[in-house]
Design a protein around this ligand. Structure first.
Ligand code: HSE
Length: 306
């Protein structure tokens, strides 16, 4: 049996929801072909797209698959052939997509019967390889689809919700080197002032309620972070941060850093996506950055497509 899977890009944080909120996107995505091999090992090949490590221990998907083979005492292994459409280090959950696809594939190929939550746990092990910290706000939406909220203490809880049907997304990915997610996490303050906590709780509540109530105005109002984004911008990880936030206000759109950046996610009515895309392109290009744009919308989690 050979599976062909589509694994979505995901945008984590959405402003105030650091390590908690995540959104699966329709584009960009990876395609992963997976099949069983008689050797109890993981083989990885990148057929096209962006390069990623092919040693299983160094690849987020390879690592997740190895752990599953070990934990379930499988006598066979898996071959993963990746068409990498999500740029690594973009802030669009590239490593999470591979990890989610691998966990999903092993579960299907060996009929393990794992729940979505268990798949998230395995995919998260893969994330550890790349980020060095167990954050689930990319792998959870990559498995569940739509908008998710993750709580890890005292035990893992994942809640998923369908975003409003008229919610459009534009992703702008400026052509800069972010460096590692690991480093982007090192620059975050260990302690936050009470007023920043109050700000973020208010905004995160408004955003989550906006998803539940299918209210785009509330969602964009909620995409406002007083802690993590400003710290990363100060560390030089998010180019043109203040300017792009101002652009969000001018466009009456929600703009937030996507995950650890450098991509930004813009949330706006579907009917106004082209206007936002044009403005974002002009914004970055006029400041000397080449920029890649995705005019998209929320999408499903990893799934078999053939
Ligand atoms: N919540 C994580 C972070 C997402 O911001 O570091 C990384 O993609």
């Amino acid at each position: 049996m050979k599976l062909r899977l589509k694994a979505p890009a995901t945008s984590a944080n959405l402003g105030p929801g650091f390590d908690v909120f995540g959104l699966a996107l329709m584009e960009p995505y990876d395609i992963v072909e997976a099949e069983r091999i008689s050797d109890k090992h993981v083989e990885i090949e990148v057929l096209e797209g962006y390069p990623v490590p092919t040693k299983p221990e160094e690849n987020t998907g390879g690592y997740a698959a190895l752990k599953m083979i070990e934990d379930f005492g499988l006598s066979e292994g898996v071959r993963l052939r990746i068409r990498k459409g999500i740029r690594p280090g973009s802030g669009l959950g590239s490593s999470a997509a591979t990890a989610a696809a691998a966990a999903y594939a092993v579960n299907e190929l060996f009929n393990l019967g794992l729940s979505s939550e268990e798949l998230v746990r395995y995919a998260a092990l893969g994330e550890l390889v790349s980020a060095g910290a167990p954050h689930l706000d990319n792998v959870a939406p990559a498995i569940y689809g739509g908008f998710v909220m993750v709580s890890q203490e005292p035990r893992l809880r994942i809640y998923s919700m369908e975003p409003p049907p008229d919610l459009g997304v534009v992703v702008a990915l400026p052509d800069v080197e972010k460096g590692s997610t690991r480093r982007a996490r090192e620059v975050i303050p260990r302690e936050v002032p009470l007023r920043s906590l109050v700000h973020n709780v208010a905004k995160a509540s408004i955003l989550a309620a906006g998803i539940a109530l299918k209210n785009i105005n509330m969602i964009r109002e909620g995409m406002n972070d007083a802690v993590v984004e400003p710290a990363r911008a100060r560390a030089g990880i998010i180019p043109e941060y203040e300017g792009v936030k101002r652009l969000g206000e001018e466009l009456d759109a929600g703009i937030a850093v996507s995950g650890a950046g450098p991509a930004v996610i813009c949330v706006i009515e579907k009917s106004r996506r082209n206007v936002a895309a044009e403005a974002l392109k002009k914004f970055y290009e006029s400041r000397g950055y080449r920029v890649q744009l995705y005019i998209t919308e929320p999408g499903p989690g990893v799934a078999v497509i053939g």
